[in-house]
Design a protein around this ligand. Structure first.
Ligand code: MN
Length: 135
């Protein structure tokens, strides 16, 4: 077994190649092959969000703090609050993040396919991000 002490894995600032705004990533598990599951706690400061992206084997999000936003391409923006769970099917183009005024933290759980767990696309425009959510 391996015990990962929290102080040995400092939080990382997420890359501006794939995120807009300030986003912090705290690894939970990143198990070696042949395991495929990976999970990470992600904290989005107000205004921050992922780029558009897909997951080859899907993704589950579990909101642990704050209020955020989620959108699948072609559908309304939705509100995310503490305790909400989102399942994103394989290949579904989407983004997730904070709201314009509040931070949001979620745990993201996904599996890798041939070593890939996310396929990144273009940033979410300010116009798309600020759309009135459906609820
Ligand atoms: Mn995702």
């Amino acid at each position: 077994m391996i015990l990962y002490k929290s102080e040995e894995r400092p939080r990382k600032m997420a890359s501006s190649d794939y995120f807009t705004g300030t986003v912090w990533a705290d690894p939970i598990n990143d198990a070696p092959e042949p395991a495929r599951a990976r999970s990470v706690r992600v904290t989005f400061e107000a205004g921050a969000r992922t780029n558009w992206h897909t997951h080859p084997l899907g993704q589950t999000l579990y909101v642990i703090a704050g209020e955020g936003r989620f959108q699948t391409e072609g559908e309304p923006v939705r509100v995310l609050r503490q305790g909400d769970t989102v399942w994103i099917p394989p290949g579904e183009k989407h983004w997730h993040g904070a709201s314009t005024t509040t931070a949001m933290s979620h745990i993201a759980i996904h599996e890798a396919l041939n070593g890939v767990h996310i396929d990144w696309m273009e940033p979410v425009s300010d116009e798309d991000f600020a759309r009135e959510p459906k609820g």
